[in-house]
Ligand binder design. Structure first.
Ligand SMILES: Nc1ncnc2c1ncn2[C@@H]1O[C@H](COP(=O)(O)OP(=O)(O)OP(=O)(O)O)[C@@H](O)[C@H]1O
Length: 324
């Protein structure tokens, strides 16, 4: 019997491991752009599972994106995926830049397709290299542990079985299987920070520190993710203990460790209605100063027109008209 090329075996093994808890009769969907990562993923899922469907999203952002989607879908039908869906989405009017808008539209389309098909999971092709890029980008923007946790292997219906697989291996797997991946021009476009990290920063790190650095960055992400989850759990309990009739009790907050207090204040700000994306480190620092650096300062203004003031031994929400 012909030997299975090691990169093909590595991708198959990762998929099998990542889906071990999903029954054989359950349908899984692969989100496939046609790029090397998701093509190798799709092929491994098709090999390892009985019921596999494929969804490819046409964001309509690039010349020929409809042709790419049709050719991925045609390959999938030939390869026996069922169902095979092309989801055409419109990114116009969605918040953020074109990348963020495309991501929002893509996840919405994938969730819709999964619900309609009754899928148990949607598989994404992010690799160890993608994880390393994510961690470096998070470090560079001064992110906290949540950002440094990178992308989760599982969240809701989504799974990323290839987070321990090198990108080089997905490419080699495609080559060994005679699959011709689509090359996304965005991936090499220096306009994007991620592309610059991919093209220059990661190779420089590998040159200077050796190839283990990629796996090590990904490992750091999973270590931080576990700690972060624990701290999040503790902060949920601490928030309950800090509640007072007026809002939050300053003496209780003052007795918390800085790490937990920051999370409690962040959670509470979200609860008051501050949108997560707009809530910055500086907002939490300012809220914290109402507790630990109190000198009679005025209220803190959070995104979405939310005010928080200190009144005696409480932090309270104030509406702009009542702010004094
Ligand atoms: N147009 C799309 N249609 C369906 N799924 C997509 C699409 N674009 C991205 N995905 C999913 O999201 C994952 C991450 O995509 P992204 O473009 O960030 O990374 P990538 O490393 O270039 O992946 P790939 O090599 O598979 O294109 C892909 O592996 C795939 O599972």
């Amino acid at each position: 019997m012909a030997r299975i090329p090691p990169p093909v075996a590595a991708v198959r093994m990762a998929v099998r491991r990542g889906l071990a808890d999903i029954g054989e009769d359950a349908l899984v969907l692969v989100a496939c752009s046609g790029g090397a990562d998701s093509l190798a993923l799709a092929s491994a899922a098709r090999f390892s599972r009985r019921r596999v469907g494929l969804v490819t999203v046409d964001h309509g952002l690039q010349e020929g994106s409809d042709r790419r989607a049709r050719s991925v879908a045609a390959w999938a039908r030939d390869a026996g995926f069922d169902p095979v869906r092309i989801e055409t989405v419109s990114v116009a009017g969605l918040p953020g830049g074109p990348e963020a808008a495309a991501r929002t539209a893509r996840y919405e389309a994938l969730a819709g397709a999964a619900a309609e098909a009754g899928a148990a999971a949607v598989l994404l092709g992010h690799t160890r290299d993608d994880q390393a890029e994510t961690v470096l980008l998070a470090l560079a923007r001064g992110a906290g542990p949540r950002g440094l946790s990178g992308m989760p292997g599982r969240r809701g219906i989504y799974r990323r079985p290839l987070l321990d697989v090198a990108r080089a291996d997905t490419r080699k797997a495609c080559a060994a299987l005679g699959l011709a991946p689509w090359e996304d021009p965005h991936n090499t476009d220096p306009a994007y920070a991620r592309s610059r990290v991919r093209a220059s920063v990661l190779p420089a790190l590998v040159d200077a520190l050796g190839p283990a650095v990629l796996g090590n960055l990904a490992r750091t992400a999973s270590l931080v993710a576990a700690d972060n989850e624990a701290l999040d759990g503790l902060s949920a309990v601490a928030l309950e203990s800090a509640r007072s009739a007026a809002g939050l009790s300053v003496p209780v907050l003052a007795g918390l460790s800085a790490a937990i207090r920051g999370r409690v204040l962040h959670r509470w700000a979200r609860e008051l209605g501050a949108p997560g994306g707009a809530l910055a480190y500086a907002h939490v620092v300012a809220l914290d100063a109402l507790v630990t650096g109190w000198h009679g300062q005025g209220p803190v203004f959070l995104p979405a027109g939310i005010g928080v003031a200190r009144r005696s031994d409480d932090l309270v929400r104030v509406v702009p008209a009542n702010i004094s």
